[in-house]
Design a protein around this ligand. Structure first.
Ligand code: FCB
Length: 470
């Protein structure tokens, strides 16, 4: 397929994007605490499930871990300066719960709060709007030792933690999401075990998901109490539209089932106060322990939905014995002719972003939406100079920004877009082998080099700002 048609940072964007994005649109980049901070044993930080998981042989690529990562904890002012250089007017980062409450509950570690306090002030001084994620997967290990997300008390502990953070930052930060991708926490953490805490039990993943959703709902009133009137409260979900690879009725039924387990599992309780019909039966599990009022709490209205989207799912009903999961009766189709795949093996399919945004708007009508993650890993090469050429990422970003423009043009109230990621970082079970940054990180020296895609994105934002998109 013709992948690369622009290797220069110079910008060319279709005319229709002109004026599709309002002047106050948030153009940002995203990161997460464990993936960039390092300083794992400093300033009173407690351990998280990811410290333990990464230390377990065989769990992370080449036994890598987040002890140093991109050393952002020590280089934070330099990284904020980079954001300015790129012209970002927004930055999404997550707070490490174990820095704030090293044991998960109880004693507050002020030095942890001080770090994020300084970060917020530096961002605001440069006109960059902070968007805070309270939980991007680094659960305090002490809570995991009491069963983590399988324990309902963890939801209450999360609400207490949310209050501690908003009491400190709520006077300056307006954009908050409770959880990042609870689907990943529940499914990868408790069903496949590919992520921390590495449990492999389908039933457990449905229990964990319920407690994660409850944590989100319980935290909302605490966030509301300690933030300004202008605060925008939400949650970030990873949403992947599911498409049928053929038109057999069994494939169409499989598409519905797959949509339920990958998207509606979280969308329905948050926006409709119900789990989708048949969700538990399809998975062959018992319903999680849902107490009276839980679903009302979970459905507490939010101001915006954070959507993370990278690709699509293309599936077909299984015909024979083979396939990736006989329980579900369908399989994912890979190796689509003419398609491009990223280093993660994810198909580049920009239409998915338009489709998922239009669908969420139509079916769930959140008051506003922010695309809180979108981006691509490619095998970037650095030759020691001041440049990193990454034409495939430029192509990816350009096509996805067009797709975003299409969604807005169709009336979807999208208010922000955050590239994943600002920096190359610790990509969970893939360690440092996958680079998602628009800024290259040379790990041995921690030198940062803005990739061509970073320059391209900066030019795109500048052109938007001038409203001079050619
Ligand atoms: C998302 C995660 C983020 C990053 C990207 C590639 O699922 O939220 O931390 O790993 O994928």
């Amino acid at each position: 397929m013709s992948m690369i048609d622009n290797t220069q940072p110079a910008i060319k964007v279709d005319t229709y994007l002109k004026s599709v994005f309002p002047a106050d649109f948030l153009w940002g980049a995203a990161t997460a605490s464990y993936q960039i901070e390092g300083a794992a044993y400093e300033d009173g930080r407690g351990l998280s499930i990811w410290d333990q998981f990464a230390a377990t042989p065989g769990k992370v690529y080449q036994g890598e871990n987040g002890d140093v990562a991109a050393d952002h904890y020590h280089r934070m002012p330099e990284d904020v300066a980079l954001m300015s250089e790129l012209g970002l007017n927004a930055y999404r980062f997550s707070i490490a719960w174990p820095r704030i409450l090293p044991q998960g509950t109880g004693t507050v570690n002020e030095r942890g709060l001080d770090f994020y306090d300084r970060l917020v002030d530096l961002l605001l001084a440069r006109g960059i709007t902070p968007l805070v994620t309270l939980y991007h997967w680094d659960l305090p290990l002490a809570l995991h030792e009491q069963k983590g997300w399988l324990n309902r008390d963890t939801a209450c502990a999360f609400a207490d933690y949310a209050e501690v953070v908003t009491r400190r930052l709520g006077d300056r930060v307006d954009w908050w999401t409770t959880l990042n991708e609870p689907w990943c926490s529940a499914y990868l953490g408790y069903d496949t075990g590919a992520h921390a805490p590495g449990i492999r039990n389908k039933q457990s993943s449905y229990i964990a998901a319920h407690h994660l959703l409850l944590a989100h709902g319980l935290a909302l009133s605490r966030l509301r109490a300690y933030t300004r009137k202008s605060a925008q409260l939400g949650i970030t979900l990873n949403l992947t539209p599911v498409y049928a690879a053929d038109d057999r009725p069994e494939t169409l039924r499989a598409v519905e089932r797959a949509d339920k387990t990958s998207n509606r599992w979280f969308l329905d309780p948050i926006f409709r106060g119900n789990y989708p019909e048949g969700l538990f039966a399809d998975a062959g599990v018992a319903p999680p322990p849902i107490r009276h009022d839980d679903l009302n709490i979970i459905a507490t209205p939010i101001d915006f939905l954070g959507v993370n989207n990278y690709s699509r799912s293309l599936i077909r009903a299984q015909t024979g014995e083979s396939g990736d999961d006989t329980n579900r009766g369908y399989e994912h189709v890979a190796g689509v002719a003419d398609a491009t795949y990223t280093e993660m093996g994810w198909e580049v399919y920009p239409q998915a972003l338009t489709d998922v945004l239009v669908r969420v708007h139509r079916d769930y009508a959140p008051r506003a939406i922010a695309v809180t993650e979108n981006g691509a890993a490619f095998a970037d090469q650095w030759d020691g100079s001041d440049h990193v050429s990454d034409p495939q990422r430029i192509h990816y970003l350009r096509e996805h920004l067009k797709a975003l423009g299409w969604a807005r043009a169709q009336g979807v109230p999208v208010r922000g877009y955050f590239v994943w990621s600002l920096l190359d970082n610790f990509e969970w079970a893939e360690g440092y082998s996958k680079r998602f940054g628009i800024v290259y990180v040379n790990y041995p020296t921690q030198r940062r080099i803005i990739k061509d895609s970073g320059h391209w994105y900066a030019a795109f934002i500048a052109a938007q700002r001038r409203q001079q998109v050619p």
